[in-house]
Ligand binder design. Sequence first.
Ligand code: ADP
Length: 256
Amino acid sequence: IVRIALAEMQGQASAPLYILSFRDVSELRRIDRMRSDFVANASHELRTPLASLRGFIETMQGPARDDPKARERFLGIMLDQATRMSRLVDDLMSLSRLELRANIAPDQKVDLVPLLGHVRDSLLPLAQDLDIEINLHMPAEKVEVIGDRDELVQVFQNLVENACKYGQDGKVVDVFLRANPGKPVEVGVVDKGPGIPAEHVPRLTERFYRVSVADSRSKKGTGLGLAIVKHILTRHRARLIIRSELDVGTDFTVRF
Ligand code: ADP
């Protein structure tokens, strides 16, 4: 936008003074576009399971009315779709709550040792289902950072859950807590899964970004997990470092 203002300096010579003022709105436009893309993506993601639910309800009212086996199977699928929608709504609400708190700095003293133990315990049922061992490698003493306990639980739950889901073939997920004097505190979540092709790595924390749509659908993802992680870590002034090698595995490290 170029605004041209013509001003005459009061009481001075008659020569007009031209003022050119420039305002760069490309960043505002970008944010605007991101917002409308986000709404479109979110609506699309919600519409898909809704359409499927409607389809199954209609089938159960019609052709499958007297087929108990088919009804049973359809009810299972409908429950999955409803669960998927709840996950999506939960993730969308997490993101919007984080946006509301963007200007409030987290200020609790959080000991990462019990926190990571809690994260592991909460994921044991999933790990058992997937036949995976989650190993914690932590110092015996306290490792404190300044942060928000619930948000940090959410970060590590997301990372460890992803390592279990996508690195399932590797059979083990290792969580390393490193606290060496003079160095930043780090938590590494490492799997021995198939790895992520390099071209995808920089985009993983974008909302709704998934490496393989088919794969993530079967693995019950919303594509919002890492976007939430990135948001929380930015609030904590922490970084997410992703290293991945095909057929070797993936390492998501949080550096405080
Ligand atoms: P989702 O809900 O799909 O899991 P995320 O934002 O948590 O969404 O992750 C985005 C994508 O990153 C996933 O769909 C998956 O393709 C990829 N990904 C995340 N973690 C791993 C991992 N440990 N190994 C391989 N791919 C991963």
